[in-house]
Design a protein around this ligand. Structure first.
Ligand code: MLT
Length: 339
């Protein structure tokens, strides 16, 4: 389907959704804890139920219903049902999509500074990422997303450290990646990073990735372990290489138009629910890591733990090119954030 047709279909479906399910208008939602006539917030997820993203969305729903005596509720829409992440952010911006989780990769297309999170080896520990996200930088990025994309950041949930997988060979050094057809997110920094690693890098929207790997149009991708398990990449990828090259946040977002339509009390209830859910989601995500790795081995993936020094060296040109564009000070401040 061409892009315009796809967009029109999506917009039509969502408009019907607004009429039928009443995104931000009254409905009962069919939820046990949602009261009669509850307002429903439809939330888009790039992953499925039981994913680390869903741990956050479920908690958000639970807290929101509790905070509002069931007058606000949440309906999750899994596995890109409402569109790819970039489309969903655009949809929230124009008010055709209520809310959603998106990793930061596609958000850099709306706010240049968010590309900071695509910079390889910016942080080595999740705790440092949390300190950045929960401090001034997180607030500053959220402010820019609101202003430039018309989308409110409800909470900086977590996607996690990303690792490369492929169907060609184990990766010990960047030389092992040479010539491999690698899918990146829709981010110029990521394209440059994977070219610096020696791959043949091409951006591709998330909903297309599994099929591209299956058909060998792409041979390699990178994502957090929990995502690799959730979308069953082990069926189409043999090698899991723990490159840990990027920490990727997964903010829970809401259309500003929708957020502004709520009363002050409702807005407060939403922000409070998101705060609790974000904390819960990060813990759930971290708790899943080791078990997920074990499961991926059981599913047949060969795991390699490369020495990362050569990878860090290979991406120095990415910093030379992109740090001035994104903001030298911002990057320095992030890297120096104490935790
Ligand atoms: C991607 O690779 O496009 C994303 O990490 C998908 C996601 O947000 O789960």
């Amino acid at each position: 389907m061409n892009k315009i047709l796809k967009w029109l279909t999506l917009t039509m479906l969502l408009s019907i959704g607004v009429l039928v399910t009443g995104c931000s208008s009254d409905n009962t939602g069919g939820n046990a804890s949602a009261g009669e006539g509850a307002k429903t917030i439809n939330v888009s997820l790039p992953l499925g139920p039981e994913s680390h993203h869903d741990a956050g969305v479920q908690k958000f729903k639970e807290e929101l219903e509790k905070n509002t005596d069931g007058s606000l509720t949440v309906v999750p829409h899994y596995n890109n049902e409402l569109g790819g992440e970039r489309e969903v952010v655009e949809g929230m911006g124009i008010g055709t999509i209520d809310a959603g989780i998106s990793s930061t990769g596609p958000i850099g297309g709306f706010v240049q500074e968010v590309m900071m999170w695509d910079m390889p080896y910016l942080v080595d520990e999740a705790e440092q990422a949390y300190a950045i996200l929960d401090g001034d930088i997180g607030d500053e990025l959220a402010g820019k997303i609101e202003k430039q994309a018309n989308v409110v950041v409800l909470g900086w949930m977590e996607n996690g450290f990303r690792n490369e997988t492929n169907s060609v060979r184990p990766v010990e050094t960047p030389e092992d990646l040479k010539g491999i057809k690698h899918r990146t997110q829709e981010s110029k920094v990521q394209i440059d990073t994977w070219e610096a690693f020696g791959t043949n890098a091409t951006p591709m929207a998330w909903p297309e990735v599994y099929t591209a790997l299956q058909q060998k149009v792409m041979e390699s991708q990178e994502n957090p372990l929990a995502t690799i398990l959730d979308v069953r990449f082990y069926e189409v990828q043999d090698y899991l290489n723990l490159t840990k090259h990027v920490y990727s946040p997964a903010p829970l977002l809401m259309s500003k138009q929708l957020f502004d339509s709520f009363t002050d009390e409702e807005q407060e209830a939403i922000m409070q629910a998101a705060k609790v859910a974000t904390k819960h989601q990060r813990i759930a995500s971290q708790d899943m890591e080791e078990d997920v790795k074990k499961q991926l081995v059981e599913k047949g993936m060969t795991v390699t733990e490369p020495n990362l020094e050569k990878f860090k060296k290979a991406v120095e040109p990415v910093y030379e090119k992109w740090a001035p564009e994104i903001g030298e000070e911002l990057i320095k401040e992030a890297r120096n954030t104490e935790y």
